[in-house]
Design a protein around this ligand. Structure first.
Ligand code: ASC
Length: 147
């Protein structure tokens, strides 16, 4: 019983932490922009590898992709209800299913990149990297104001 109560408390604590994550819309925007920036920095590290500008080091690529897999989960918490603004189009909130579908496809593509990196298969890494990049572009085209 104690264990069950403990688990219930932890779930409650986790959800209240999430609810209190952002003090304001500006905080949510800063969070998602910061998360995308760190994500983009790691995606960018793979670019010379897939372009053949540096030798393929399977272990180094695995390390970066592992971080990308984690970072890819982060920005979305910053798109909560009522956080319209920044470079985001209102469609994210008004057309939420399309945004969710794009995000889901992005995560699927990131998982495929992880599998390719774990296999140490450079051709597969290139292919799945390009598919991840395509997901980034689709979302920018549809849901980010041109800058
Ligand atoms: C990146 C980055 C993006 C995407 C995009 C892919 O590294 O910062 O926004 O890749 O350029 O098309």
């Amino acid at each position: 019983m104690k264990k069950i109560l403990g688990a219930a408390c932890m779930v409650l604590a986790a959800s209240s932490v999430q609810a209190q994550s952002f003090q304001s819309t500006d905080d949510a925007i800063a969070y998602r922009q910061g998360a995308f920036q760190v994500l983009a920095a790691h995606v960018g590290r793979l670019r010379p590898v897939v372009r053949g500008q540096v030798p393929y080091n399977a272990e180094a690529v695995e390390d970066v992709v592992e971080l990308i897999e984690t970072l890819a989960e982060l920005p979305w918490a910053g798109f909560g209800p009522g956080t319209e603004g920044g470079n985001s189009k209102k469609d994210i909130w008004a057309n939420n299913k399309a945004f969710e579908d794009t995000r889901t496809q992005f995560i699927v593509n990131v998982k495929a990149l992880k599998e390719a990196a774990d296999k140490g298969d450079l051709e597969l890494v290139k292919k799945s990297f390009n598919e991840v990049g395509q997901s980034c572009r689709t979302c920018h085209d549809n849901f980010r104001h041109k800058r």
